[in-house]
Design a binder for this molecule. Structure first.
Ligand code: GDP
Length: 195
């Protein structure tokens, strides 16, 4: 997809603020700091449209970015941040849950995971929850540039094994730094939204 226009639309704190446009939505899930904003910026070739690292754990909002008149990227609050109290976590858990289960325009969740480390308990829980509820998911392992190329496949294997990855899902090796995986991820998104 050629990105001619990309704009930040809203930080929605509830369903009444979701944009009314009937456009497909591609959501990004992952722990705080994993590199979701950087991934969005790389996909649209902008340095700073998606804010990198605002306040991890405090952003209980869905950040909507409109790409051309074709789709939205929806950045979900980062999960698994230790500073968030248990009760708060339950609240944003519900907020995400509602969106993921009932948003009719949601077409795909990009589950963003750090290639360097085995997926955390939260990553594992998120993946199996999405699978359990039949929410379409694509696993994107990012920060590949932080590992030597010769070790990539070993790390991919660990990620897949830890997640009990379903081979019928898409899996993309990514680096926002290098632009690695960008074209592959765009073609998965295009295929998903019937572009
Ligand atoms: P977010 O909290 O998930 O939105 O994470 P950010 O996009 O803000 O990234 C967190 C940190 O990781 C920032 O310092 C980024 O520059 C860095 N980062 C993100 N993606 C990559 C990547 O692919 N390669 C490298 N080397 N650094 C990255």
């Amino acid at each position: 997809m050629k990105v001619n226009q990309a704009e930040f639309i809203i930080s929605a704190v509830g369903p009444s603020q979701y944009p009314p446009d009937a456009l497909p939505e591609i959501a990004l899930a992952g722990r705080s700091n994993v590199g979701k904003s950087s991934l969005i910026n790389r996909m649209i070739q902008r340095k700073n449209l998606a804010r990198t690292s605002s306040q991890p754990g405090k952003t209980q909002q869905l950040n909507y970015y409109k790409i051309n008149s074709d789709l939205f990227f929806v950045d979900l609050p980062g999960y698994g941040y230790a500073r968030v109290s248990k009760s708060k976590r339950e609240i944003w858990g519900k907020f995400i849950e509602e969106y993921l289960l009932h948003r009719e325009y949601l077409k795909l969740v990009l589950l963003v995971i750090d290639l360097r480390h085995p997926p955390s308990k939260d990553d594992q829980a998120m993946y199996s929850w999405l699978k359990h509820h039949g929410v379409p998911v694509c696993v994107v392992t990012t920060k590949a540039d932080k590992i030597t190329k010769g070790h990539w496949q070993k790390h991919v294997k660990i990620v897949k094994e830890t997640l009990q990855f379903d081979k019928s899902d898409h899996f993309v090796l990514f680096s926002s730094e290098l632009g690695l995986g960008k074209d592959e991820l765009w073609s998965i998104i295009e295929q998903t939204i019937g572009y």
